[in-house]
Design a protein around this ligand. Structure first.
Ligand SMILES: [Zn+2]
Length: 183
């Protein structure tokens, strides 16, 4: 399996998808480099129960969905992005009830195709996000560019994650302070 530098700090699956293009401020570093990388991400994101062979065009579909999600999440969605999200959302798995011989009820999610179903779930999540109270922010660290949903009580979260950019920023501020003092 591919071992990419996935990050799951977006707070929502659809923003984690957006963050599969890292370093957006520096032109972008693509982590969705192959259909198998896409499948690895979908499994790790909990959107596929097990690896499957993704159709060859699924990578391009995922990237088009990802960029539409990003524009909509940043309030820059175009009509074509809205149509794309709505089209994918129709493939989201729907709960199906099954009652076995002992009368026990089981809930199963039904999707036309596992990968299309995962795209549907991501589109529904993006629609939920766009119509929610959460603020979508971009990490304040210079070159990071990761997106996250700010649900902090004061809506003042700055970093995609404290352990990555928060600490980098603190270390840099400390370095700047000690250098000024040394002069
Ligand atoms: Zn960051």
């Amino acid at each position: 399996m591919v071992k990419a530098q996935w990050v799951f700090d977006g707070g929502r699956p659809c923003l984690d998808l957006v963050n599969t293009l890292r370093d957006r401020h520096r032109g972008g570093r693509e982590l969705l480099t192959s259909p198998s990388a896409l499948v690895e991400w979908l499994v790790l994101a909990g959107l596929l129960p097990r690896p499957v062979t993704a159709p060859a065009d699924s990578l391009a579909v995922a990237i088009a969905l990802r960029e539409a999600v990003d524009r909509v999440a940043r309030g820059a969605g175009r009509p074509v992005d809205v149509r794309l999200l709505n089209r994918h959302a129709r493939n989201a798995p729907v709960p199906q009830l099954r009652i076995d011989g002992d009368g026990v009820a089981h809930r199963r999610l039904d999707a036309p195709d596992p990968v299309e179903g995962a795209f549907g779930t991501l589109a529904v999540d993006a629609i939920d996000l766009a119509t929610s109270e959460a603020d979508v922010r971009i990490c304040a660290y210079d070159d990071c560019g990761l997106r996250f949903a700010d649900t902090s009580p004061k809506r003042n979260r700055q970093w995609c994650s404290m352990s990555r950019c928060g600490n980098r920023a603190k270390a840099r501020a400390h370095y700047a302070r000690t250098r000024t003092r040394g002069r």
